[in-house]
Design a protein around this ligand. Structure first.
Ligand code: ADP
Length: 158
């Protein structure tokens, strides 16, 4: 079974990496699909986000990092995929995830979505929380891999 884990990953956190590690064990191949979301004004460019995922997941062999623009379901036309993986942190994630899963299946009835529960210690973690904390000078090295920590500090210096 091949899985795709889509997201903005701006930047990748230990919460994402936990989902990547766990879902890669269930998959023959896991595609991490980084969304080119220009309208969201991301902190990191698409290439930077992909490179940061790459350097923090080099211990996982059945992984490929790809990018997409627009519709997730279109990836199913280009890759041999069986399901989408999404992480669930809290009940608050459920509404939007439920809606997206239904819409994706409406567009392509082959598209299944699998949900993976966050590890308790990462349940409060999101890319936006990490960026907010870091902009106020908080120590964020517990939340992101060392290369992401370094890249964030570089960005903030500018
Ligand atoms: P966010 O900006 O919310 O961190 P992304 O678009 O990068 O989100 O998230 C991609 C996927 O990763 C989503 O399914 C999201 O719910 C999941 N995710 C993000 N952070 C965590 C976490 N700490 N634990 C589990 N899943 C997470």
């Amino acid at each position: 079974m091949n899985l795709v884990y889509p997201g903005s990953f701006d930047p990748v956190t230990y919460g994402h990496i936990d989902i990547i590690e766990r879902s890669s064990k269930l998959a023959d191949k896991l595609y991490v699909a980084v969304l080119l979301n220009n309208n969201k004004n991301p902190m990191f460019s698409l290439k930077e986000r992909m490179d940061l995922i790459k350097s923090s997941t080099s211990h996982i062999s059945n992984l490929e990092i790809i990018c997409f623009e627009g519709l997730l379901v279109e990836l199913f036309d280009h890759y041999d995929l069986q399901a989408v993986v999404r992480g669930l942190r809290a009940v608050s994630d459920f509404d939007i995830e439920f809606q997206m899963a239904q819409i994706n299946r409406e567009m392509n009835k082959e598209v299944e979505t699998l949900f993976m529960m966050t590890r308790l210690e990462y349940s409060y973690l999101s890319s936006s929380v990490v960026k907010e904390l870091s902009s106020h000078g908080a120590k964020i090295n517990k939340f992101v891999p060392p290369e992401v920590y370094k890249a964030m500090k570089e960005k903030e210096k500018r």
